[in-house]
Design a protein around this ligand. Structure first.
Ligand code: A2P
Length: 275
């Protein structure tokens, strides 16, 4: 018998279909794709995604152009979400920024990463420190019920150049309050999830780099917290090299030690990849 199948033939290796695209600024966008049925991941992990590159001028052969992207959606979501920078001359993002629903992209279904609950020892308060697109893994983690069952309080800090670049995170945090499952977890207790946005190049209620505000104690005064201590506080950091280096120094200064999947401790760091 002849098989007639209405689904489009997947021409790319590990192809997934784009379901939604939303542009925030000329530098930032978010997109959702279908999720491979077999893909299991831990909130905070990343996968390699990409597109076929241009044909080689000599051989005519095309090779996949792949980059590491944190999965921004929670593990219970039936689709996968990603949050990306657009770099006009970036090998991948110059093309990726033009994707539309129905297009296909390549997704290698091998999630890995250190921004996972397993890499931290139990604690009371969990800090997520992000700059720019470094918020992506935390977009997954703040939608994971385990985050709220493991900790009394979760603080998400996000530093961006201007107010428009905060939109993705702000809208996400706002949407959680009315979420059927997470809304309940966020109620009770005061401020279970605290959102602390700062900008560095445009006026906003909280100006300056998060690193500066930690070092001069502004963050703690704003939040009514004594400080960060290894007995109660855990942290995950995701941003530029500069942010990661500076925050490592600051957190170690507070007595926190860097953890890993194989040896959990008090904080973990990962570079925000595409940029
Ligand atoms: P700044 O404007 O002072 O450079 P980008 O969009 O370039 O990735 O930067 C995202 C945000 O991260 C910007 O607000 C930027 O501030 C901030 N940033 C850059 N380097 C550091 C660092 N070493 N520590 C803290 N924040 C940083």
């Amino acid at each position: 018998t002849q098989v007639t199948d209405a689904t489009p033939i997947k021409t790319l290796p590990d192809a997934q279909t784009v379901t939604e695209v939303q542009h925030y600024t000329d530098r930032l966008f978010r997109f959702r794709v279908t999720r491979p049925a077999s893909l299991r991941f831990r909130s905070g992990e990343f996968v390699m995604i990409g597109l076929m590159g241009d044909p080689d001028p000599k051989t005519g052969k095309q090779k996949p152009l792949l980059r590491a992207y944190s999965i921004a959606s929670p593990s219970w979501d039936e689709e996968l979400e990603f949050y990306s920078i657009k770099v006009q001359d970036g090998p991948l993002t110059s093309k990726l920024q033009h994707i539309k629903p129905g297009d296909q992209l390549i997704l290698r279904p091998k999630p890995v990463g250190t921004l996972v609950h397993d890499a931290l020892l139990p604690g009371k308060r969990l800090w997520f420190f992000a700059t720019g697109t470094g918020i992506a893994p935390f977009a997954s983690l703040i939608r994971d019920p385990q985050t709220y069952s493991d900790y009394d309080q979760v603080i998400l800090t996000h530093t961006c150049r201007d107010v428009a670049e905060l939109t993705y995170g702000r809208e996400l945090v706002e949407s959680l309050k009315s979420d059927e499952m997470l809304g309940e977890l966020l109620e009770g207790g005061q401020d279970k999830l605290v959102y602390y946005p700062t900008t560095t190049r445009e006026r906003s209620p909280k100006m300056g780099r998060i690193t500066t505000r930690l070092e001069d104690g502004t963050v703690f005064r704003d939040l009514g917290i004594d400080g960060i201590t290894p007995g109660t506080d855990r942290a995950m950091v995701c941003g530029s090299m500069g942010l990661n280096t500076d925050l490592k120094r600051i957190l170690e200064g507070f007595g926190l030690r860097e953890g890993a999947n194989s040896e959990p401790a008090e904080y973990v760091v990962e570079k925000a990849f595409v940029g």
